[in-house]
Design a protein around this ligand. Structure first.
Ligand SMILES: Cc1cc2nc3c(=O)[nH]c(=O)nc-3n(C[C@H](O)[C@H](O)[C@H](O)COP(=O)(O)OP(=O)(O)OC[C@H]3O[C@@H](n4cnc5c(N)ncnc54)[C@H](O)[C@@H]3O)c2cc1C
Length: 523
């Protein structure tokens, strides 16, 4: 269940990703305004208007006109007058053809509108090419997942990183958790997180078949910080209509059984959550891309050049590092520098995790989160944390931060053994999450520089004009594991012009152009 309760999408991949089927499950009337795709051929299989009048709603024809690629065709068994009239209003030239399979006649049509509105830019024009080569800058979760998603669309890429190997910056933690969220309003933030968590589960399950040590998908508990009991949590789920295979409200006893250790609070249980090793996940994404992705380490991108539809990445010494039809900025906060003129409201937030020998500690069977988190033992190590420190640039592990993490672990588990551990003896790791002011990632075609947007339509992100061939996927905050798979598929849809795996309102919610639209609306 990716979108609103009534809408879901599902991607089926055939022939190593050569053929992809995006299923939008739900009422056609609810889906049609939300599909982001440029369509070459429509097949309308909705019975006759007499039998199924809801399907042949005027909104169907309006959506077809919006999605039709130049010269798009349409075909249907129905020869009803209302169908032909509807197609004509959507800019199709309509003809009858002899039928097949016992049908006397069928209707065929070709999109040839007299007027094409300028304000709606073609997705394929914004896209670099249907098949091409991309240079991805940054080999963390964002960059490596993008390499996989682009390979699924038939693209090749070079992934470059300033560090010698992938996942040596923020994505280098030994393990981290992933899960959805619940919010009474079920707004864009909750819906995007739900879509991303469900996609993460599906993609990780497939990767785990190749390497079962990548992580675990046995569920996750999130203790409720507001002191509500399980009945109150369940009442919220009934009100939001979320299904139990996504989230359940459990009391302290049920939570204890799930965790395999005594817990003292009601909790949200996410059956499809879990934990993963981010660095291994990065390598697994690159391995899935196979021969379509090449990694180049020790290569810091200093500047970008574009000429004749090709992009070139140069290093500090002016040497060319890589070139391609498109650039994907997946380099955390440094994307702001490379996308000249970018002013996306994104801040670095320091975080420190702590590591201790798991011997003698009661650890859960599945991740337990709340204020901080506690993972099951990974390679004999207890992993717990993390701190959240904006405006802090200290790269060293600090004892005071270990003490903070120890007290969080003690609160989560209710186990006093944590307070007996010496902070000075703990190992740790420090990283920076790039967090936007609306707590959603930054994905899409990079808008034209502000002066070039003067006088253009900015009221909705989908109308904002883009720099051809320049794309970004960053701002993964504390949710890189949860967001990487779906975010990369959304990014790949931008680069290739293929149908977006998410509804239009959520594409807008994570679109890098939302900031320009927001500023324009505020005046
Ligand atoms: C303490 C802590 C705990 C966390 N726990 C979790 C968790 O449990 N679950 C979860 O989902 N998320 C967690 N996160 C967040 C998660 O780690 C991040 O969201 C994710 O790693 C971000 O991935 P990224 O690819 O955007 O950035 P990065 O991993 O930082 O990758 C960016 C890459 O770009 C490279 N680069 C930068 N500039 C250049 C350049 N000019 N040229 C070439 N290369 C360049 C860098 O070397 C780097 O490898 C945690 C983060 C922290 C700090």
């Amino acid at each position: 269940m990716r979108g609103r309760r009534s809408r879901r999408t599902c991607i089926l991949s055939f022939d190593d990703g050569q053929v992809q089927l995006l299923l939008c499950l739900g009422d056609a009337a609810a889906w049609l305004p939300e599909i982001v795709a440029e369509v070459d051929a429509f097949y309308l299989d909705g019975f006759t208007p007499a039998k199924n009048p809801q399907m042949w709603d005027p909104r169907l024809f309006k959506a077809m006109g919006r999605m039709a690629a130049p010269g798009a065709t349409a075909a249907t068994w129905s020869t009803a007058r209302a169908v032909k009239d509807g197609l004509r209003t959507a800019g199709f030239e309509v003809a009858k053809q002899p039928g097949v399979g016992g049908k006397f006649e069928i209707t065929v049509a070709r999109h040839a509108p007299r007027f094409v509105p300028k304000a709606w830019p073609s997705r394929r024009q914004a896209a670099a090419k249907e098949r091409g080569h991309a240079v991805i800058i940054g080999a963390g979760l964002a960059g490596c997942a993008s390499a996989w998603a682009l390979a699924e669309q038939g693209w090749t890429c070079t992934v470059i990183d300033a560090r010698p190997h992938p996942a040596q910056e923020t994505s280098g933690n030994p393990a981290g958790l992933f899960h959805g969220i619940v919010n009474p309003q079920d707004g864009a933030h909750a819906r995007f997180n739900r879509a991303a968590a469900l996609e993460a589960h599906q993609v990780f399950a497939s990767l785990l078949r190749d390497d079962p040590t990548l992580g675990q998908l046995d569920g996750l508990l999130r203790l409720d910080s507001s002191g509500r009991n399980a009945d109150q949590l369940r009442a919220q789920l009934v009100a939001t209509g979320l299904p139990t295979d996504y989230v359940q409200g459990v009391d302290a006893n049920e939570a204890s059984t799930l965790a395999g250790m005594r817990l003292h609070q009601a909790a949200w249980f996410y059956p499809s959550g879990g934990w993963m090793r981010p660095a291994a996940l990065c390598r697994a994404f690159l391995a899935r891309a196979g021969g379509k992705a090449a990694f180049v380490g020790n290569a810091r991108a200093h500047e970008l050049h574009q000429a004749d539809g090709q992009w070139l990445v140069r290093g500090m010494d002016g040497q060319a590092i890589a070139s391609g039809d498109a650039i994907v900025l997946a380099n955390g906060g440094d994307a702001l520098r490379l996308a000249a003129d970018a002013a996306w409201p994104m801040q670095p937030v320091r975080g420190q995790i702590s590591l201790a020998s798991a011997a003698g500690l009661a650890l859960p069977r599945i991740p337990v989160a709340g204020s901080g988190y506690l993972l099951p033992a990974v390679d004999g190590t207890a992993i717990f944390g993390a701190t959240t420190q904006p405006d802090d640039t200290d790269p060293t592990c600090r004892d005071e931060d270990h003490r903070h993490n120890l007290s969080q672990a003690e609160r989560l588990s209710g186990d006093a053994a944590w307070s007996t551990l010496s902070a000075a003896k703990l190992q740790g790791r420090v990283g920076w999450r790039w967090v936007t002011d609306d707590r959603l990632p930054v994905i899409g075609g990079v808008p034209l520089p502000r002066p070039m947007l003067e006088g253009t339509r900015l009221d909705q992100p989908r109308f904002v004009a883009r720099q051809p061939g320049l794309f970004v996927f960053t701002g993964l905050a504390s949710r890189g594991i949860t967001w990487c798979a779906l975010g990369a598929q959304v990014l790949a849809a931008w680069v290739t012009g293929s149908p977006a795996p998410l509804e239009a309102s959520l594409i807008d919610a994570v679109d890098v152009a939302r900031f320009a639209s927001r500023d324009a609306r505020r005046g």
